[in-house]
Design a protein around this ligand. Structure first.
Ligand SMILES: [Zn+2]
Length: 100
């Protein structure tokens, strides 16, 4: 037996909807959707992961722009700063990168 997360009404495990408030129980407890997990991530984490993806793909200009955005809001983030400087250094050493 579990209880509804909204109204605390006892609900059966087999129930799809709360008998008291009517919310969709299947969308809640237990099976957390990927969307919920994504939303719980901090935006800066998402931006950071994006920057890393750019870096690995060789898109250094995009990586620098992405890390730069994070650093504007979070200048003390040493992990981001490290990646930012690495991307800058790599870009300066790569003259063949004409992609904009
Ligand atoms: Zn309920």
């Amino acid at each position: 037996m579990k209880t509804c997360s909204r109204c605390d009404n006892p609900v059966d495990l087999a129930d799809k909807y709360c008998g008291s408030c009517g919310i969709n129980l299947a969308a809640q407890a237990g099976n957390e959707s990927p969307l919920t997990t994504l939303q719980s991530l901090k935006v800066s984490d998402i931006r950071f992961n994006l920057g890393v993806v750019y870096l690995k793909a060789g898109k250094f200009a995009q990586a620098i722009a992405t890390f730069g955005e994070i650093l504007e809001k979070d200048p003390e983030n040493l992990q981001v700063r490290g990646m930012y400087e690495q991307a800058l250094k790599t870009l300066n050493n790569t003259n063949s990168d004409t992609e904009s």
